[in-house]
Design a protein around this ligand. Structure first.
Ligand code: XIL
Length: 332
């Protein structure tokens, strides 16, 4: 048995994990990763981002993304495409060009249609996995088409896309993704929208306006980079409010970090927090699945990003399960 097997028994599509190419040579790590009873879905943590896939204008490199997509297929796991349009991890040719609206629209359309088109396949869902064996790789069943469009105060983030095109860059990207792969669920993904508040309200307003305009949008990714002891108490109410708009949600990047050093009390609180987040998705009918932002502290992005914080994952840096693992099981 394993986490994904439990999640599927309880009616969800998957419980999965992010992974990254450099980690795949670590056999102690891949022994846990390459098991679809444990993880039914993979998200590439870096190798499908814009800097990795289109480092020079019009020159595309899919080698590393393909490695993850191949692995998902070999393992019988779903795949999440991550991501198309984001202010971060852009190649310098995107950030250093002085764009006009026409030029940037063309650049977004070329990027999204080429990347999403490259990974396009046949409809991919857990019950259709056998037919995927005919393809060279697993096709994403969902794409994070737009990543992190909002500031924490609910205003749109100022970046090359918004500053040149306003909100229309979101529509441009979603339309290009739909045209490139009509079978993929198209998501907007963000953090600090786990509970109710101005940022979640802004996301809901965006979803409503996209739907009113007939723009393709299928889901909202709830990143869930959380802090031990600070899981929002309004998470279920918030997810219900989002899905009431006619989109699905997924927990896309779950980790729950603590201020180091780790203590037994913090590990117990972390266990309880994982249980809360997982059980919240389980309780929301249109919360379709859950993805850990990697499963081990050995490869977590947290310590290098949040100074003094870490130990955010359910497996420790020696690949031993922590109390958080049992918290996930309890939440499923
Ligand atoms: C992170 C990766 O995990 C790191 O390896 C990389 O250095 C920076 O990006 N939100 C997202 C993810 O949508 O793409 C980010 O991933 C974490 C925050």
């Amino acid at each position: 048995n394993g986490l994904n097997a439990l999640a599927k028994t309880q009616g969800k599509l998957y419980l999965g994990t992010a992974t990254d190419n450099p980690e795949l040579t670590d056999t102690a790590y891949t022994t846990i990763l390459d098991n679809n009873m444990m993880f039914g879905q993979l998200t590439p943590a870096n190798s499908m981002k814009w800097d990795a896939t289109e480092p020079e204008p019009g020159t595309f490199t899919f080698t590393e993304g393909d490695q993850i997509a191949d692995l998902a297929q070999t393992n019988g796991q779903l795949l999440r495409g991550h991501n198309c349009v984001w202010y971060n991890q852009l190649p310098s040719w995107v950030t250093s060009t002085t764009w006009n609206a026409t030029g940037l629209t063309a650049a977004i359309e070329r990027h999204v249609s080429t990347v999403v088109g490259h990974y396009k396949g046949i409809p991919s869902s857990s019950d259709q996995l056998p037919t995927q064996a005919n393809l060279p790789f697993q096709s994403p069943d969902a794409w994070d088409v737009v990543n992190e469009p909002f500031n924490d105060d609910g205003t749109f983030r100022s970046d090359v896309f918004y500053d040149t095109l306003g909100e229309s860059y979101i529509t441009i990207a979603l339309n290009a993704a739909r045209a490139a792969d009509p079978n993929a669920k198209l998501y907007i993904n963000d953090y600090n929208i786990e509970g109710t508040g101005v940022k979640s309200t802004a996301m809901q307003n965006l979803i409503q306006s996209l739907k009113a305009a007939g723009t393709p949008i299928d889901g909202v990714g709830i990143e869930s980079h959380l802090i031990v002891g600070e899981v929002p108490t309004t998470m279920q109410e918030n997810l219900e409010a989002i899905t009431a708009l006619g989109v699905e949600v997924a927990i896309t990047e779950l980790d729950i970090r603590m201020t180091l050093p780790e203590t037994a009390a913090l590990l117990e609180q972390q266990k309880s927090d994982y249980q809360t987040v997982i059980s919240t998705c389980m309780a929301v009918e249109k919360c379709v699945g859950m993805t850990l932002w990697d499963f081990t502290d050995k490869y977590s992005w947290v310590p290098s990003t949040f100074s003094g914080q870490g130990d955010a994952c359910p497996w420790d840096e020696n690949l031993v399960r922590k109390p958080a693992y049992d918290g996930i099981v309890a939440g499923l």
